[in-house]
Ligand binder design. Structure first.
Ligand code: HXC
Length: 263
């Protein structure tokens, strides 16, 4: 949450349910939604991550609550949805940002390791969309999924995440078609390498980082703010005819990933 780029209160009166909402990219998105006028429920497994984020939003004059739920567990998700509607009266915006990730070669990846990431990223996204459906239908709401570009090419050590995010893209397009009739818009953002995240510092080794940066046509890594701006746009009425889109926000990185370095 930082410099404002959008009309004040562009999301005023909206209620957002944001998973993974305490930290990283979705932490930023949650803060930006609040700064744009939405009341925000921050949802993840760990309340200790969520409470400070919710408090930071409130300290800036926004409305926020923290709700603990594991997106893999449909009963916990349903309870979190109920707690949010009880507190804020409705839900008309869902952001699916909860994600698991670690680096692992495919030949060493266990079935449970693969399944754990698919369960968090893909099944978790389904669970939240499914549990929020009645609210979204009632309010002609929207879903914004946080995807990735890893699966557009073959990304070593990321088979599990790529498979999960490919599923998130499929889910985005299918729900856009099935739920468009209810006025529900379903879109995704596919971030490229975002510099100021825990994922980037933990998952991308230093020696790879500079090569990666040099291959980004815009010559820099993304920042959380870049994703925040895309998210506010897609959630606002400025995007009212955008449905089923997967907006790549990566400075052109994946398109140039086969390019000779320095070219
Ligand atoms: C191999 C691993 C592993 C590792 C876990 N597993 N970490 N396998 N290498 N480093 C395996 C375990 O061995 C186990 O399988 C299975 O995964 C489940 O592990 P648990 O620890 O029991 O599960 P859980 O506590 O539920 O969570 C595991 C986790 C989580 C999903 C890995 O700790 C996690 O992801 N934390 C990081 C969250 C995060 O950073 N999110 C942001 C993602 S950024 P076995 O077979 O042993 O039982 C992002 C952007 C993508 O997604 C782009 C990046 C460039």
């Amino acid at each position: 949450m930082s410099d404002k780029f959008f009309v004040d209160n562009v999301l005023s009166g909206r209620v957002a349910f944001v998973t993974g909402g305490g930290t990283g990219i979705t932490g930023g998105v949650a803060g930006a939604l609040a700064e744009s006028g939405a009341a925000v429920a921050l949802v993840s497994r760990k309340l200790e991550h969520l409470e400070p984020a919710a408090e930071a939003i409130r300290a800036r004059g926004g409305e926020a609550m923290a709700v603990a739920a594991d997106v893999r567990n449909i009963e916990e998700v349903e309870k979190a949805i109920a707690a949010t509607t009880e507190r804020f009266g409705k839900i008309d915006l869902v952001v699916n940002g909860a994600a698991g990730n670690f680096l692992c070669p495919a030949e060493e990846l266990s079935s449970n390791g693969f399944g754990t990431v698919v369960d968090i990223d893909l099944k978790g996204t389904f669970n939240v969309c499914r549990a929020a459906f009645n609210e979204l239908k009632r309010n002609r709401g929207q879903i914004l999924n946080i995807s990735a570009t890893l699966h557009y090419v073959g990304t070593p050590l990321q088979l599990h995440v790529s498979a999960a995010k490919a599923g998130v893209d499929a889910l985005t397009r299918h729900l856009a078609v099935e739920w468009g009739r209810y006025g529900i818009r379903v879109n995704a953002i596919a971030p490229g390498p975002i510099e100021d995240t825990e994922g980037m510092s933990r998952l991308v080794p230093l020696e790879v980082k500079e090569k990666l940066r040099r291959n980004i046509p815009l010559g820099r890594f993304g920042r959380i703010k870049d994703i925040e701006q895309a998210a506010i746009f897609l959630c606002s009425d400025a995007a009212s005819f955008i449905n089923g889109a997967i907006l790549v926000v990566d400075g052109g990185q994946w398109l140039s990933s086969g390019r000779m370095l320095g070219g």
